[in-house]
Design a protein. Structure first.
Length: 362
């Protein structure tokens, strides 16, 4: 028991020191954000082991309490990027307005010009000094811009792709019709992002700073690993596929699932399925511009091509349930991909009024 008390005391001392050593006046809105974040941390802490639960709950509550007390006593504490004094990324993601129905890739950075990329791919680099480059070009600071948050948004419409290299070395691939929300700089406690759509992550290992990926109905915590997350608004279950390392899935119902390499978990309306052993290659090959399908219906294949190319396909019932297996190289020209499919299956296709109609070859 004394060892546990010692650990808790050290944690509380660290929280206290961070307030004393750093100086900044809190505004009422910042105090409110601190309380909201404190409540969220307490809810999340219930899913952790007992010692960790106690430390996080107590330190989070004390941090928020100290913030309130210091403000009312006109004390000064430092501006920090810690979660206790910044708006919650999940709350921001649920209320932000940027959508993926754009014609171009957008990288929105508070206090900077929005980078628009009218190309098929965008490469974003988050540098250690807090600056950014997009496709090798430095994003200019917009000194006149005001923002109430420190969260950036990468918006990738259908038919486009993007990559982000974070300052810690983590590499993220964002598939078409996806969105990634990330802080300008990771906090001192953890590395945290929000994703919607599909992303593949190769997380840089850091045992002191866990990497957390949040989605609408679940979150993933890792230290260093490679995995794929798919969570589209198309009525199908979300999926997490682990390539290497180990990850922990959790949801708001306090369910947790630990995954090992080569496993897939389906998430249906936030309910976590049981891990299944799979060949991970078909689930992650999209980042290498390859679509691999094993015993899939043509309808499923064209649903995937809709995401990749942003084209609307109208599939005839006569061919929708034809099952196929194979490999498609996702070339720039969708017509080349369609010719490959037509070569191996009895279909024909034609474009009419912006739609590609697929029917049985007579």
């Amino acid at each position: 028991m004394s060892d546990r008390n010692s650990d808790i005391n050290k944690c509380l001392q660290a929280v206290r020191d961070s307030f004393i050593l750093r100086e900044k006046e809190f505004t009422p809105s910042e105090i409110n954000d601190s309380w909201l974040d404190c409540e969220l941390r307490i809810r999340l802490a219930k899913r952790r082991r007992s010692l960790r639960r106690k430390i996080v709950m107590i330190s989070g509550s004390i941090a928020a309490s100290l913030a309130v007390l210091l403000w009312f006593n006109n004390a000064n504490v430092l501006k920090s990027t810690d979660a206790s004094v910044t708006k919650n990324i999940y709350e921001f993601a649920m209320n932000q307005t940027a959508d993926v129905n754009s014609d171009v890739i957008l990288n929105i950075i508070p206090g900077c010009d929005t980078a628009e990329v009218n190309m098929d791919k965008a490469y974003v680099n988050c540098l250690a000094n807090g600056s950014f480059t997009v496709n090798g070009k430095t994003v200019e600071q917009d000194v006149s811009a005001e923002s109430s948050n420190d969260f950036c948004q990468l918006v990738v419409p259908k038919g486009r792709r993007a990559e982000i290299t974070f300052a810690d070395g983590t590499h993220l691939w964002a598939n078409s019709n996806s969105k990634v929300i990330y802080p300008r700089a990771f906090s001192q406690d953890c590395r945290e992002i929000f994703v919607k759509g599909e992303v593949y992550l190769d997380v840089a290992h850091d045992s002191q700073h866990p990497f957390i990926v949040k989605s609408r109905d679940f979150e993933i915590e890792v230290l260093g690993t490679s995995f794929n997350v798919m969570d589209y608004d198309n009525g199908t279950p979300a999926q997490v596929v682990l390539v290497s390392g180990k990850i922990e899935l959790s949801n708001s119902d306090n369910e947790t699932v630990v995954m090992n390499p080569g496993q897939l978990v389906d998430i249906n309306n936030s309910s976590l399925g049981q891990p299944k052993n799979v060949d991970v290659t078909p689930y992650v090959s999209w980042k290498d511009n390859i679509l691999i399908y094993n015993d899939k219906t043509l309808s499923e294949v064209f649903d995937r091509l809709n995401i990749c190319y942003g084209k609307e396909f109208v599939i005839s019932p006569e061919v929708a349930n034809i099952r196929v297996s194979g490999k498609l190289y996702l070339k720039e020209n969708v017509d080349a991909v369609l010719r490959t499919i037509a070569f191996s299956t009895p279909i024909k296709y034609e474009e009419r009024e912006g739609q590609i109609h697929v029917s049985k070859l007579q």
